[in-house]
Design a protein around this ligand. Structure first.
Ligand code: FAD
Ligand code: DLZ
Ligand code: SF4
Length: 504
């Protein structure tokens, strides 16, 4: 009997473990577009188009290499609409003895595939696109109740000999974060992004998405994503040459109408397999050796991929499924409507949401210190916030989205991933961006109807969660300040917050 190699929409790489075991002469490759995956949350239109177009291009490349590929289109009349049913249908139709698959990136999908093992023989292989395996992370984490990325990152640097001189970090420091907080001025020139043109395959996917998902969030056009390995490599090379040199300096900066700053825009491709972390890190290291980019840029960039990306994935697999239900602050406010419409007088939020709608992208500091900060300070329900992030970003897959949202921005895990909540008042946003210059609210005012809501919401949040946060060492200075506020100031903060939150 034949073996069926099942390739998921985020496993589009010829080095994936399931393919490396494939016998071209006998085995069948199976890929399917299914309604269930497009609907379990109503993904941004651009995200669906990216995944379908990249899947179709990958299937074509495999066929051209002599693999026997079965590809089920979304609008195939026989398509049953879910992975499970499509695998059962294919197994019958092609007399399949065994299904081989690289471990899915999401817990939900893993469970669905494992549930087939009653009817079919299933071989689930490790996803070796990552530096760290489940077992290694588990061993590293041990019994610790609060894991820290920096420790894990150093462990990875040493183990994989990345940016190392013997056992010392290149440049003498492990982390150049403090040199990555330059405030932008108007004269900074941000290089153009490299956009990809659509071809026949992408055009027919765009028609399909427009027709099938008209009510989904986001703009479908213009569609400029890379959809092949070759195109994604061009985007990576372009970044290394033109943006990486400044990536470190302006990593945390935000400028209105400059959605991309010096970021790489490669998360989409890393997450669906068009790029491999190892090839990205190799190129970044080479940029340092060749003097294309300085150490603070290269270290900062590598830390995101070797550190944060691997770390959040480790936490996801270690703590699922209970991680998805965590709600440390017992937050119970529903997501405000303007997260979809972008119709809000808070200019920073308006800018970040409008951009998200247009590009299915926002850079890290926008996701963290504008959108995430707001979600934390206003006590939005973690499930709702997670669903929003999973829908709106084209790079969002639960393994990376959930720990960033529940762990990093909402502190819903009570400090397992982060040592303190990433919260800030308006002065931080004002320092790192020019959003406040054209905002309805006044960032200098602390309370009252014209004051920047982040200013009072920040103190209100600390005030409300004294029981859970006052003993946190990293917040001791903030609580010392709060405790010195005169009673009338605290009353104004509570009052302004109450009014703002009531009308949300
Ligand atoms: P760059 O700034 O150029 O960084 C380079 C690469 O580092 C990224 O492509 C990404 O692969 C990796 N990286 C950076 N930060 C992180 C991080 N915190 N966790 C994991 N990888 C990281 N990233 C996703 O890939 N998918 C998500 O669904 C996602 N959701 C997020 C939600 C929140 C609330 C926050 C705060 C961050 C989230 N991130 C997510 C991380 C980060 O914001 C994006 O990876 C980044 O903005 C992608 O843009 P870029 O490729 O230009 O990144
Ligand atoms: C996100 C997504 C979408 C929208 N559609 C498909 C699909 O039709 N077929 C497919 O193989 N994968 C799709 N994906 C990705 C999966 O939902 C899932 O996130 C990953 O496979 C991770 O387990
Ligand atoms: Fe955002 Fe406040 Fe600045 Fe307005 S004033 S842009 S709400 S930080």
């Amino acid at each position: 009997m034949k073996n069926l190699v099942f390739i998921l929409g985020d496993q589009l790489n010829q080095q994936i473990s399931s393919l490396s075991k494939c016998d071209k002469s006998k085995d069948l490759i199976f890929m399917c577009e299914v309604l269930a995956e497009t609907k379990y949350v109503k993904h941004h239109k651009k995200k669906i188009a990216l995944i379908f177009s990249a899947m179709r291009h990958f299937a074509q490349e495999l066929s051209q290499k002599g693999f026997n590929v079965i590809y089920v289109n979304l609008d195939d009349p026989d398509n049953t609409g879910s992975f499970k049913n499509e695998l059962l249908r294919a197994s019958k139709q092609y007399s399949i003895g065994k299904i081989t698959v690289t471990k899915p990136g999401e817990y939900r999908v893993l469970k669905e595939i494992q549930s087939l093992s009653k009817q079919l023989e299933i071989d689930i292989l490790e996803d070796d696109r990552f530096y760290s395996s489940y077992d290694e992370f588990q061993q590293w984490a041990g019994e610790s109740q609060n894991l820290r990325m920096e420790n894990f990152y150093r462990f990875m640097r040493k183990k994989h000999n990345i940016l190392m001189h013997g056992d010392k970090p290149v440049g003498g420091k492990w982390n150049y974060d403090k040199e990555n907080r330059k405030v932008p001025n108007k004269s900074v020139k941000i290089p153009q992004t490299l956009d990809c043109e659509t071809d026949g395959i992408t055009d027919s996917v765009l028609d399909l998405v427009e027709k099938t998902f008209p009510e989904h969030f986001g703009d479908l056009n213009p569609f400029t994503f890379a959809v092949t390995h070759k195109q994604a490599l061009r985007i990576l090379n372009h970044f290394i040459k033109h943006r990486l040199p400044y990536f470190g300096d302006y990593q945390d900066a935000m400028i209105q109408d400059q959605p991309f700053m010096y970021h790489s825009l490669i998360s989409f491709y890393l997450n669906i397999g068009l790029l491999l972390p190892k090839e990205v890190i190799h190129k970044a290291q080479k940029a340092l050796v060749d003097d294309v980019a300085p150490i603070n840029a290269v270290e900062g960039f590598i830390r995101q991929i070797l550190g944060w990306r691997e770390f959040v994935r480790g936490i996801y697999w270690l703590r699922m499924p209970e991680y998805a239900d965590m709600n440390f602050f017992k937050a119970k406010r529903k997501l405000p409507e303007f997260f979809w419409s972008s119709d809000t007088k808070l200019n920073c939020l308006h800018q970040c949401i409008s951009q998200t709608k247009k590009y299915a992208y926002a850079h890290h500091i926008q996701r963290l210190m504008v959108l995430g900060n707001f979600a934390l300070l206003t006590g939005l329900i973690p499930k709702h916030v997670n669903e929003w992030y999973l829908i709106v970003y084209a790079d969002a897959f639960e393994w990376v989205e959930l720990p960033n949202v529940s762990g990093m921005i909402l502190f819903a895990d009570g400090g397992y991933l982060a040592s303190k909540p990433y919260s800030a008042g308006g002065s931080y946003i004002n320092k790192m961006s020019n959003y406040c210059d054209s905002c309805h609210y006044n960032v200098k005012e602390k309370t009252g109807p014209d004051a920047c809501p982040f200013n009072y919401l920040y103190w209100n949040f600390l005030d409300q969660h004294r029981d859970k946060l006052a003993n946190n060492q990293r917040l001791s200075m903030m609580y010392a300040t709060l405790n010195k506020f005169p009673e009338n100031k605290l009353a104004d903060i509570r009052n302004s917050s109450h009014k703002f939150l009531k009308q949300l």
